[in-house]
Design a protein around this ligand. Structure first.
Ligand code: SF4
Length: 346
């Protein structure tokens, strides 16, 4: 069986080299070609002798994902549709910011969490992604850019719940931030969760990355109606876990709050949210619902959103209205499906 090298850390890559009859430094060289030079094939690994390249070709997987298509939005957002070796489809989204790019990557094909406002959740979980399938999304995005250095931020907010695929995600993030890996700053990596409390505690112990929590309601009844995970980990478990989450100086937890007309957008919801997050180092991202066609839910008016924001600001929160990019190509928050749309053709 071939070894998926992008899923290995530095030590494991060297061990793989030794197991295959090579000097350990060959492992280092191969890792450099894969993670740093973004090599798409063994032929590109020019400082390796032909025999070593042939061995790598024979014994290792270089590209675990196949690019199916890229769709561009009029706002510059690009959605990459990618096929896994077993045929499942996933998506990653490249989002232009003022002076850099952010890549939103997937951690699972589908998702088991079933959030009511999310297209990914409707298809259920197909399977977890491997560490190399997670990292390859970043490598492919970088390779598609004239200046790969413009890609500075990675957000694990695509398809799937990252903390439900904990070990693979940790391994992938480890390679993203390793100096001899892809060398991203841990300050530039954000992991978003729907609130898996035990894994949040583990994450706080294991690695330093930015944490985003998909909150969407400040009372249990509303949150449970939107996010089934709230039954298992209600607010009285989730919020204390956020309060305990170790934050480096001057960092905050981002709370994502999708505003839905008549469901969680009233003044009393904003006031409840202020009380719930009181004393937390919190930034609140307000996102108008990207309603799927035929959905019974809709986004509030801009006036309502501004008023909701005003209440939070009055209570001394940083509350930002986030414009969803890539809506015209169904690449915005909650719209990623990997081309699978339950109940209709995309
Ligand atoms: Fe899964 Fe996130 Fe969608 Fe919820 S919002 S169903 S956790 S992908």
């Amino acid at each position: 069986m071939k070894t998926d090298l992008k899923g290995l850390n530095a030590r494991e890559t060297e061990e793989w080299a030794v197991d295959n009859g090579l000097e350990p430094y060959r492992g280092k060289q191969i890792r450099h070609w894969l993670m740093n030079r973004l090599a798409a094939s063994c032929d590109e690994m020019r400082n390796l002798p032909k025999a070593v390249r042939a061995l790598v070709e024979e014994a290792a997987i270089i590209s675990p994902l196949e690019e199916v298509k890229t769709v561009a939005s009029e706002d510059g957002t690009r959605k990459h549709l990618l096929r896994l070796h077993d045929g499942h489809l996933i998506e990653s989204v490249l989002i232009p910011e003022r002076d850099h790019l952010t890549l939103c990557i997937s951690s699972q094909a589908g998702c088991a969490m079933g959030c009511r406002f999310c297209e990914t959740g409707k298809q259920g979980l197909n399977r977890n992604l491997s560490p190399s399938e997670i990292i390859e999304q970043v490598i492919l995005a970088k390779r598609s850019l004239e200046d790969p250095e413009r890609l500075r931020n990675i957000v694990l907010m695509g398809m799937g719940e990252p903390l439900a695929n904990y070990d693979a995600v940790m391994k992938a993030v480890g390679n993203l931030i390793a100096e001899d890996g892809m060398n991203f700053s841990h300050r530039k990596i954000t992991l978003s969760t729907c609130g898996l409390v035990p894994e949040m505690e583990r994450l706080g112990r294991d690695i330093t990355v930015n944490l985003a929590v998909s909150l969407n309601a400040a009372d249990n009844a509303t949150r449970t109606s939107l996010m089934p995970v709230n039954r298992k980990y209600p607010l009285e478990m989730l919020i204390p876990a956020c309060r305990k989450f170790p934050l480096p100086n001057r960092r905050m937890i981002t709370f994502e709050y999708i505003l839905i007309n008549g469901i969680n957008d009233r003044d009393q919801d904003a006031l409840r949210l202020s009380r719930l997050l009181s004393g937390l180092r919190a930034k609140i991202n307000l996102i108008a619902l990207n309603a799927s066609p035929g959905s019974e839910m809709s986004a509030p008016s801009m006036d309502r959103i501004l008023h909701f924001q005003e209440i939070l600001i009055k209570h001394h929160f940083t509350a930002i209205i986030r414009k969803s990019k890539g809506r015209d190509i169904r690449a915005a928050c909650g719209q990623l499906t990997g081309g699978v749309v339950v109940g209709r053709e995309e």
